[in-house]
Design a protein around this ligand. Structure first.
Ligand code: NAI
Length: 461
């Protein structure tokens, strides 16, 4: 599960040879470790409006080294481009080309983050009442400018080098540049927690959410359930949630009992042996959390299986088992959670989807259907859990270095892991970091979203 090539070309002679031969030069990524600064170097906040001013003041209160104008040749840890006042595509020119002059000054593993308004809001404004005679407040020029930011960021992410990433925050009507979840998303994108998130957007839908009292323990006091926690990405999620202060209930099938117990012990949590496809799985999860820990705040649907076959060769067993574990079980458990009075205190659900459910993957029609299903479920459940002040989101991992991907034949694996903007595979911990952020109070204004943790896959979506 190690990527020896990345280690080899990260420094010294290996780096020089790779450069001469024009080979991919993946950078050792800056990943979060407790106590580490949020960014390494000054943060340039660009944008002329009041939203940019308010944000710059807030970042100063975070003790960041904030610049409102570039200082020639100074290495930057991040550029934050505030574009919340765009009304037509021509408005992009000045702020974008000004920011462009600082791109060469970005340090290794730097961050570019845009903050702009959601194009959907400009397109849909008053859509319910619009007709030919009364076009409502829809604003094609504003929608064009706002959607332009999407194409801009995704392209810039493909241009940046040396582990630097570009991501964007979209503000829906009702959210501003200093809303709690805007700041929460910014904190996530600036930090080493988002190392393998590149070319992606998070939409802040409301002014809900709350920044943590202790940035190192954003989940303090929370009880979190993680399914499929005996190994792989699930075990990494359990460790990360524990590191962030949560009490963890680790769930997995009885056959994985020994590994499950080891993970639960390691994170000082409890183990629940349970097949999530059981009819009563939701109630068993609620009962365990409440009886053993007195509450339930967070559920992470991570357990998943693959049973790959070309559709022409697909059998009922393979199809049904993948649908049953990967999506039907999540739907049934969510029904029990939403009906329970024990899951009413800013509840959080985060599901693990996959880029296979977005871009598709040969041999994975059943898996792709199940993971597409996860994303549809998340969007439709957001308003339901919203009535309890909660949120639900999905994380879609791309190529992650696990036992599963280690079994892929060498040549295919090498291609799959290099074909993203960061030219390397992600780690289970990268997926876990995105989940921990979406499970936190700071993400309260973000719901119904799918965040890809894929290093910006270059093929497919
Ligand atoms: P894994 O196979 O290493 O671990 C999955 C865990 O889920 C296992 O411990 C297994 O026992 C458990 N599990 C399976 N069926 C269960 C059931 N009915 N009830 C309770 N537990 C059950 O898989 P990995 O790689 O850690 O994947 C975790 C999640 O991430 C899955 O949903 C997978 O589809 C998704 N994913 C993984 C990617 C990768 O590159 N490894 C890429 C994209 C998504």
């Amino acid at each position: 599960m190690t990527d020896k090539y990345t280690q080899l070309v990260s420094h010294g002679l290996g780096r020089d040879i790779a450069k001469k031969l024009g080979l991919p030069q993946p950078m050792a990524l800056r990943r979060h470790t407790p106590g580490q600064p949020l960014v390494t170097g000054p943060v340039l906040v660009q944008g002329a409006g009041s939203g940019a001013d308010a944000l710059a003041s807030t970042l100063l209160s975070w003790n960041l080294d904030v610049r409102r104008h570039a200082v020639p040749k100074e290495k930057l840890g991040a550029i934050i481009l505030v574009l919340d006042e765009l009304s037509r595509p021509e408005d992009l020119e000045k702020p974008v080309l000004t920011a462009a002059t600082s791109l060469r000054d970005l340090a290794a593993n730097a961050r570019v983050v845009t903050i702009s308004r959601s194009a959907a809001d400009a397109a849909n404004a008053d859509a319910a009442n619009a007709d030919a005679a009364n076009p409502g407040a829809a604003d094609p020029a504003a929608a064009a400018a706002r959607q332009g930011v999407d194409g801009l960021v995704r392209s810039l992410a493909k241009e940046l080098r040396a582990g630097a990433t570009a991501n964007g925050i979209l503000l829906a009507d009702g959210a501003g540049t200093t809303s709690p979840s805007t700041l929460g998303a910014l904190w996530f994108f600036l930090s080493g927690r988002s190392a393998f998130v590149d070319g992606q957007f998070l939409t802040v839908r409301s002014a809900e959410g709350q920044l943590p009292a202790d940035a190192e323990k954003p989940l303090a006091g929370k009880v979190a359930v993680v399914t499929g926690a005996a190994r792989g990405i699930g075990a990494a999620i359990a460790r990360t949630l524990h590191r962030d202060g949560a009490t963890v209930v680790a769930v997995d099938i009885p056959a994985a009992g020994d590994h499950l117990a080891a993970v639960a012990n390691e994170v000082h949590g409890t183990a629940l042996q349970l097949d999530i496809t059981r009819e009563d799985a939701g109630q068993r999860i609620i009962d365990h959390a409440v009886e053993r820990h007195g509450r339930l705040d967070i559920v992470i649907h991570n357990a998943g299986i693959t049973r790959d076959k070309l559709l022409a060769n697909m059998d009922q067993g393979r199809w049904n088992s993948v649908i049953a574990v990967n999506i039907a079980a999540q739907l049934r458990i969510n029904e029990a959670l939403l009906a329970s009075e024990h899951f009413r205190n800013s509840p959080r659900i985060v599901s693990v989807a996959s880029t296979s459910g977005i871009a598709g993957n040969r041999g994975q029609t059943n898996y792709g259907a199940s993971k597409g299903g996860v994303m549809g479920m998340v969007r439709a459940t957001a308003p339901l859990i919203g009535t309890h002040g909660g949120s639900i989101n999905a994380v879609a991992p791309g190529f992650i270095e696990t036992e599963m991907t280690a079994k892929i034949p060498f040549a295919t694996r090498e291609i799959a892991r290099r074909l993203n903007s960061l030219q390397q595979g992600g780690r289970p911990g990268d997926v876990a970091e995105a989940i921990a952020f979406l499970a936190s109070d700071a993400a309260g204004g973000i719901s119904g979203e799918v965040l890809r943790v894929c290093g910006q896959n270059l093929v497919g979506a």
